[in-house]
Design a protein around this ligand. Structure first.
Ligand code: FES
Length: 167
């Protein structure tokens, strides 16, 4: 190998090592920061008996990242991921509504948009009832209802959980 070939070979090897280290660093950062989805997410997830889903409250099913409730007697699965920018939306027991802590979007128990910056109601998942058990299909996403939709007429039943933090 001539001196020039040797230098070219060493320079290429050095660049390849730097690229490999940078690539490993980027992968490690992405792996550490990417959102963790519950095991089984993206498939049909067996949850609870349809009979156990409340008519006037919600039940969280963390493995499906969803809430179950009944709307006009039918079970619905609402995605707990805010339709605004993706924060987890908790259900406020005192108001009986979903209240996003990030930018204050509010949704009623059926997931209809009430107020805030969210562009629509809460998104949903398709469900199936198999042998009396609700299966949430986390692979079949249903876009939330348009603002102005009133699937149920349930005004806030009490004080908001986030009012104090949003003035
Ligand atoms: S992420 Fe929920 S209101 Fe912005």
């Amino acid at each position: 190998m001539s001196e020039m070939d040797r230098r070219g070979f060493l320079a290429r090897g050095w660049k390849a090592s730097v690229a490999a280290i940078a690539g490993a660093g980027i992968w490690t950062s992405w792996d550490a920061l990417r959102p963790r989805l519950p095991a089984g997410f993206g498939t049909k997830i067996k949850t609870i008996a349809a009979d156990a889903v409340p008519e006037d409250d919600v039940v969280e099913v963390p493995q499906a990242r969803a809430y179950l409730t009944k709307v006009k007697g039918e079970v619905v699965a609402l995605s707990e991921v805010c339709s605004h920018l993706g924060c987890r939306v908790p259900f406020c027991e005192s108001s009986g509504q979903f209240e996003c802590p990030c930018h204050g979007s509010v949704f009623n128990r059926a997931g209809d948009f009430i107020s805030g910056p969210a562009p629509r109601g809460m998104d949903m998942y398709a469900i199936e009832i198999v042998d009396g058990i609700v299966e949430v299909n986390t692979d079949e996403f249903i876009t939330g209802t348009a603002p102005g939709t009133e699937t149920i007429n349930e005004p806030a039943r009490g004080p908001s959980c986030t009012e104090s933090s949003h003035g």
